[in-house]
Design a protein around this ligand. Structure first.
Ligand code: G3I
Length: 458
């Protein structure tokens, strides 16, 4: 175990939570609700976790800067540390925007996640369009890493040293680096980064590697082999650019398998895009998705935390790249926290979405057991400052799941819509009390966590 910079990670509290299944809680969406009193960063720190955002240095003033400083204990420059930003001509460096982020973080007691030293994209023209021998390319890469990681030595908690090295099928991505240097560009980059900044945790970061699949298995095999060879590798970054309702069912299992290799895991670029316009139902589902991701990280001790790729919808890459999609972040364009914000807070042990004014109660859906064709689910209805004398829980299965059996509730399913009402003996939920019912259902392909809506029976 390397002893490096002090880290506020992995508390006993977190370990105690290991093994929890992902809870898909969240009852009542409350668009426009006020932020919970406790900032996310305080909730996260109490759990030994990081909560972060990508930030644009040009915007770090006013409301944007206030929220960035108040809510997060780590920041990642969105573009400012990329090669085309810092070394637009060979050997000429433009550190201004990156320095701004590092200074902002220092002023706000935040960690910095460096992003990124080696990537196929956003490289300057002189590099991308040059004609290089392998020896020249190797020198260029080593010099760049030495210059950038060296400049910020001791001030970067973790570097995304290598970004997006794989294709979807798990083969190596064709890039200036792979084509010129072969797969060892990765080991060399990590080694040079360690030499330049021995205290930074060194990561490989990629997208579509959140669940267990061919690409994440290629990453897994690479990390295992790097460790076996003694190459410095401390963590993997799961970017998590997700689509509404499509959190991979194997996310926590995947995080755990990397952790079991002896590396940290970070969720590095979380966002959940939806087809516009956003609706209250979509925002509620988005909250469940954010919570499922945060819960999976909280449940695995070596998952160090979650960074969102921009915290406001006014500063997200999504609408520029996915036509018709957006609203992917936890704050809306006017900086109002969305249900997703409250969902993250809830996952970190804080206030979740305010209870529905009609009932004052919440319902939490969880998958307690899952096998190849079926699963057992559970819904817990809890009241605090309110009580129920009857209840009705409804949700929509998003991927063709079908109820086969229920207990402690009368459940019916019509199409994808499920309605469960209390049994004769458990309609009463006292103030401060809870009631649980369960069910078995079939699933196939994926088993996304639905959002449960709670009401009273007439
Ligand atoms: O700075 C120029 C500006 O001068 C010009 O007027 C404008 C017109 O197109 O473009 C501006 O540059 C844009 C740059 O962001 C800064 O805003 C680029 O076009 C645009 O392509 C670039 O997009 C960035 C993208 O990476 C590039 O791949 C996004 O901001 C950035 O959020 C995104 O981040 C990546 C991570 O690094 C890696 N994982 C995926 C993630 C999302 O794509």
């Amino acid at each position: 175990m390397r002893s490096t910079r002090p880290r506020f990670l992995r508390s006993g509290l977190v370990s105690a939570l290991t093994g929890l299944t992902a809870l898909g809680a969240l009852l009542f969406a409350a668009p426009g609700a006020q932020a919970a009193d406790t900032p996310l960063r305080d909730l996260a720190a109490a759990k030994g976790k990081l909560i972060g955002s990508a930030v644009n240095p040009a915007k770090l003033t006013g409301t944007y800067g206030d929220i960035a400083g108040r809510e997060f204990n780590t920041v990642t420059p969105d573009n400012a540390m990329k090669w085309e930003s810092v070394e637009p001509s060979r050997g000429t460096y433009n550190w201004g925007p990156a320095d701004q982020v590092v200074a902002f973080a220092a002023a706000h007691g935040q960690q910095v996640r460096g992003h990124t030293l080696v990537w196929h994209s956003q490289n300057p023209g002189w590099l991308a369009n040059g004609s290089w021998t392998p020896a020249q390319l190797s020198t260029i890469l080593q010099d760049h890493i030495a210059a950038e990681a060296g400049r910020y030595k001791g001030r970067i908690a973790a570097w995304d040293v290598v970004n997006e090295p794989f294709n979807e099928d798990g083969t190596y991505r064709s890039s200036i680096w792979y084509n010129g240097l072969g797969q060892d560009y990765i080991a060399n980059a990590l080694t040079w980064a360690r030499a330049a900044d021995p205290s930074a945790e060194l990561y490989i970061n990629d997208y579509n590697v959140e669940g267990v699949n061919a690409k994440s298995t290629a990453l897994y095999n690479l990390v295992r082999s790097l460790k076996q060879r003694g190459v410095p590798i401390d963590g993997v970054g799961l970017q998590a650019h997700l689509i509404l309702g499509q959190v991979p069912a194997t996310l926590q299992q995947n995080i755990q398998r990397f952790a079991d290799l002896g590396v940290d895991v970070a969720i590095t670029e979380l966002d959940v895009r939806m087809q516009l316009p956003s609706t209250s139902a979509k925002l509620t589902q988005q909250a469940a998705d954010y919570k499922a991701v945060a819960d999976a990280c909280v449940a695995v001790a070596r998952c160090v935390g979650v960074t969102v790729w921009g915290f406001t919808d006014s500063d997200s890459w999504v609408p520029d790249v996915f036509s018709g999609y957006g609203a992917a972040t936890p704050y809306d364009e006017a900086f109002a926290p969305k249900p997703a914000y409250h969902a993250i807070a809830g996952s970190l042990g804080g206030t979740t979405t305010p209870p529905d004014p009609g009932t004052g109660c919440t319902a939490a859906y969880s998958v307690v057991n899952q096998w190849n064709s079926g699963f057992t689910g559970q819904v817990r209805i809890s009241c605090a400052g309110a009580a129920l004398s009857s209840w009705k829980a409804t949700w929509t299965f998003g991927a063709g799941q079908t109820l086969t059996q229920a207990w402690n509730a009368d459940c019916t399913q019509s199409g994808a819509a499920v309605t469960c009402t209390n049994a004769s003996y458990n309609g009463t939920v006292p103030d401060g009390g809870s009631v649980t019912f369960g069910f078995n259902a079939s699933w196939n392909g994926s088993n996304p966590v639905p959002v449960v809506t709670l009401g009273r029976t007439p």
